[in-house]
Design a binder for this molecule. Structure first.
Ligand code: WTA
Length: 677
């Protein structure tokens, strides 16, 4: 539950943080009007078999904390029981499940062998219509073979292996092979350019690389290996590299020195017995980089026991995964969402994972619905950006498929506007499936704020209450708790098992970035700052306003991008919007970028309607100075609107960071459109 407790913050620290200084601002309460104005809805027709384990019966009162996390940890198999749930000695660098030992791959695979060795663990659909299925036993065999192969090429416990693969079965298999031998994986999104790969390898001192020969993009071939080789050439040491053959025998695979064919290794090591290496619960499981939407991409680290506990528990409580449930999460394993809810969460739960390589629009716009139909997908998890794309394409696509297998829908990564929520609920979930709008971060490891399906009411546009055991506070710039209805900074008051566990060398910046603003180190009182702004209602439901850096100040008022965009997308014909501020001396003006449904001609009328909608829902003071139409918004590979870049464009600064963009080609186009308007 959202708790009313003020623990005080360190004012001195606050002074050091420029972002938090200005107290004179007033704020409007977010509007978030759904076009149908339906505020609360009870999940209907959502069967729950009653097997879900809560860390407690709903709430976790102070006296039961942290003991309430025992139940979540008991979802895992421990080779050595832990002695302490949480060690606060070095707060805020908490250590969870101290003394315990376990292995992630054993928990994802071996423990299922007795009961479900022949159950499907992974269904893969390739870009060219190929299909492959792996049972838990198949995974066991291939993961063991790859684990033996990694050892053969010199990987030892605690070494880091970088994985640079598109959505192929070999990606989760290699992650689990690393985990089996106690090596850390460092997955780098396969679309990144060579220099981004090299940087991410060097930052973690990567001892090996796993990549592939290439991949297909619609009709062309992407030479993945050449990108990898370019990156490797810029690294001083020779890094042993395993290459997966994706292109097939029609393409020659040229292996250089210290490079190995994945298939040859698997063949050589099939049948190898590689016992899982028990790891300390506090030992790192992997590195991952943040997506770089706001700042520079940073190295994050998660620890074995705490991370797996959070993920196993939310897989069950939020996604209702039980053995045999089929889940399709569209995220790439290069992001935390892919780690937690494509790989670890589902496999820990004994579920069946669907992995679909390639774009959702290839070979045509029926693909997403065909994947659901063919595989009997029960849980579908994606981003608001993807849902907006589906909206743009129109209802005829989902309507022409049998989606009756779906039971639960999820959204993550950005605020979802009530209109988008309604569309998802009606046309994908057919008013039958609850939607879990899950708030979390790379840093938090697992979902922390979300409704629990079958337990909590749904409210379009709100992510819901914090999960049991999680305590959040909305605070002002002085760290004082704000009452319901007052927007402020979203903070987390108590540690949680799957929290970031920075390496020694990262502690300094992690402290400054996440803990300094609202903690009081002298009183040993620590509060995590998420970087987001949010508001809670009287029932403790949280609405995310947006990243603090993206909040717009107009005429001394701070308005969240989510609120503006929710107002703008109520206009028929507008599918997506992004609002940023153009600063001129002494004041700033609101600029809106919007994309239109296909066939929308009357731009002047829409432009006026957009301006009126902002004035009506948010206030006359916020009426946009310009509304610019664009074919696409700039987006990161993980599906977030790149506000940072739009801000540069409207303020006539040269665009940067194009290597974190999914659609870098829009940058030139946007700059041209902006300058013309
Ligand atoms: C945003 C993704 C609104 C938020 C798992 C957060 C959301 C950042 C939601 C983390 C949501 C995530 N509603 N905003 N349901 N989920 N965010 O690290 O700003 O890629 O801080 O992790 O995404 O992004 P990250």
């Amino acid at each position: 539950m959202y708790k009313s407790q003020y623990r005080g913050a360190n004012k001195q620290n606050l002074q050091g943080d420029g972002r938090l200084r200005d107290k004179s601002m007033t704020e409007e309460r977010p509007v978030y009007l759904s076009s149908k104005n339906r505020a609360v809805r009870t999940p209907q027709a959502f069967g729950r078999d009653g097997t879900a384990t809560e860390p407690t019966d709903g709430d976790c009162p102070d006296r039961a904390w942290p003991a309430c996390w025992d139940a979540a940890a008991s979802l895992l198999e421990w080779s050595e029981p832990y002695e302490r749930i949480v060690d606060k000695e070095n707060a805020p660098f908490y250590r969870w499940f101290v003394g315990g030992r376990l292995n992630a791959a054993e928990n994802c695979i071996d423990r299922h062998l007795e009961e479900r060795k022949n159950q499907v663990a992974l269904r893969w659909e390739g870009k060219r219509g190929e299909r492959r299925t792996y049972t838990y036993y198949d995974l066991y065999r291939e993961v063991s073979a790859v684990a033996a192969a990694l050892r053969e090429i010199g990987v030892e416990e605690d070494d880091v292996v970088t994985i640079y693969l598109p959505k192929l079965p070999e990606l989760p298999i290699t992650m689990l092979a690393c985990a089996r031998i106690g090596a850390l994986h460092n997955v780098v999104f396969s679309g990144f350019a060579p220099n981004a790969l090299a940087e991410r390898m060097q930052r973690v001192d990567s001892r090996a690389l796993v990549t592939c020969d290439g991949s297909f993009r619609e009709e062309t071939v992407i030479d993945q290996k050449r990108k990898a080789d370019t990156a490797l050439a810029s690294i001083e040491e020779s890094v042993p590299t395993i290459v997966v053959n994706r292109l097939g025998s029609s393409h020659d695979m040229h292996l250089g020195g210290n490079q190995y064919d994945y298939d040859d290794l698997v063949e050589a090591f099939t049948g190898a017995n590689v016992p899982p290496v028990p790891r300390e619960a506090t030992d790192p499981l992997f590195h991952i980089h943040t997506s770089g939407t706001t700042g520079e991409p940073q190295r994050m680290t998660h620890a074995t026991g705490g991370y797996l506990t959070g993920v196993a528990w939310t897989a069950q409580t939020v996604f209702d995964l039980t053995p045999g449930t089929t889940i399709w999460c569209t995220a790439d394993a290069g992001w935390i969402t892919g780690h937690s809810y494509v790989v670890y969460g589902p496999l820990l739960s004994g579920a069946t994972v669907v992995l679909a390589e390639g774009s959702l629009r290839y070979p045509d716009r029926h693909r997403p619905w065909e994947v659901i139909e063919r595989n009997g997908v029960e849980v579908f998890y994606t981003t608001p950006g993807v849902i907006r794309t589906f909206m743009k394409w129109g209802v005829s696509f989902p309507a022409s498929h049998d989606l009756s297998s779906l039971r639960l829908l999820g959204s993550v990564g950005e605020p979802i506007s009530p209109d988008t929520w309604e569309w998802y609920y009606t046309h994908v979930g057919q008013e039958r499936c609850p939607i879990v709008d899950t708030w979390w971060q790379t840093e938090t490891g697992c979902v922390l704020i979300s409704v629990r399906p079958g337990v909590d009411e749904l409210k379009p546009g709100s992510v819901g209450p914090p999960l049991p055991g999680i305590e959040i506070q909305i605070v002002d710039e002085d760290g004082r708790e704000l009452p319901p209805g007052k927007p402020g900074y979203l903070t987390i008051d108590r540690p949680w098992p799957s929290m970031l566990v920075p390496l020694e060398g990262d502690r300094y910046w992690v402290l400054a970035e996440y803990w300094q603003a609202f903690s009081d180190p002298r009183a040993d009182s620590w509060r995590y700052f998420t970087g987001d702004r949010a508001v809670v209602d009287d029932n403790g439901y949280v609405t995310i306003i947006g990243r603090d850096d993206d909040v717009i100040t107009i005429g001394n008022r701070r308005i969240g991008t989510a609120e503006l965009e929710a107002a703008i997308t109520t206009i028929d014909g507008v599918t997506e919007a992004a609002a940023v501020a153009e600063r001129t001396i002494g004041k700033s003006a609101l600029c809106v970028f919007a994309t239109l449904e296909q066939g929308q001609q009357d731009r002047t009328a829409i432009r006026d309607a957009v301006a009126d909608a902002v004035a009506e829902h948010v206030g006359e003071f916020a009426r946009p100075a310009s509304v610019v139409f664009t074919p696409e918004l700039p987006e990161t590979y993980s599906g977030k609107t790149m506000y940072k870049l739009l801000k540069r464009i409207v303020n006539d600064r040269p665009p940067t960071d194009s290597d974190t963009l999914r659609n870098p080609e829009v940058v030139g186009e946007l700059t041209t459109i902006w300058n013309r308007e």
